[in-house]
Design a protein around this ligand. Sequence first.
Ligand SMILES: C[S@@+](CC[C@H](N)C(=O)[O-])C[C@H]1O[C@@H](n2cnc3c(N)ncnc32)[C@H](O)[C@@H]1O
Length: 285
Amino acid sequence: MTATASGMFNASTTPNLEEEDLIYFCKVIEDRAGISLKSTKRDLVRTRLRSRVTDTGFNSYGDYRNYLMTLPKDHAEWENFTNLLTTNKTDFFREPKHFEYLVQKILPEWLKNKERTFKVWSAASSTGEEAFTLAMVLARYLPKDRDFKILATDIDTDVLSTAQNSVYPISKKPEIPSEYYTPCIDLGKGDARGWFRMKPHLREKIIFKQHNLIDRTSPGNGVFDLVVCRNVLIYFSPDTIDFVQKKIFTTVKPNGYLFIGHSESFQGIPHQWSSAGPSVFRKGS
Ligand SMILES: C[S@@+](CC[C@H](N)C(=O)[O-])C[C@H]1O[C@@H](n2cnc3c(N)ncnc32)[C@H](O)[C@@H]1O
């Protein structure tokens, strides 16, 4: 979710979000993105859509709803609507145990095989911190004769632009362990003071691309050594989690791994993964 300053209105002039508008917005975001907001998220929906209602020239959520109802499925306004209702919080080295697991367990085992390129999918990558964390770790721990590639996807086109640009505010630098500063980041100078950019040798390893996890399309069959799909399943219903975990299963190589967020689980969902550690799953050979 990215807010635009223009069109923000004073709290006293905020139009009322009627129950029928809320129900419609919740239904549509679930149909389009799988995000299950439930009507308890009234304040979230009201705040996130507020500036969009005025930016599009409407006086009420109801008028904006009526407008959306007239639009074809591929109209550009749906992208704005979806981008506003996603939650994009992320950090570099978030849930660091996963990166320790990658270095201590997955890579030593993978290095025993003859493959040259370790392939990762960061599914729901937000602004790119997760993909760059993977890139920093892989660049540091893989030997020179091995390579890696990362596919980083998200439904939200605004966060993908930020990720593609790979420029972050200096306030995020402490999220990165200091041993990675020199090899991985360039500090901004002049007008770019207060920002840093990920180095080109990391940027060139990542492809950022739009992908909706609830689409039937898939980025490949049996191609990834590791899929990282963290902190997005919490927004999905059990049926959607089931659909997504099955889809990811087909994209992973035999013996490949899946990381999910520490607050997520497949509890109550029959699946084919073997549990390999906290929030770590493995596909059998
Ligand atoms: C909270 S962020 C998690 C980012 C990162 N994986 C992490 O753990 O730090 C959740 C991301 O999931 C994305 N998302 C939500 N629904 C999605 C869908 N149906 N397909 C792809 N991405 C989706 C959102 O746009 C958001 O950027």
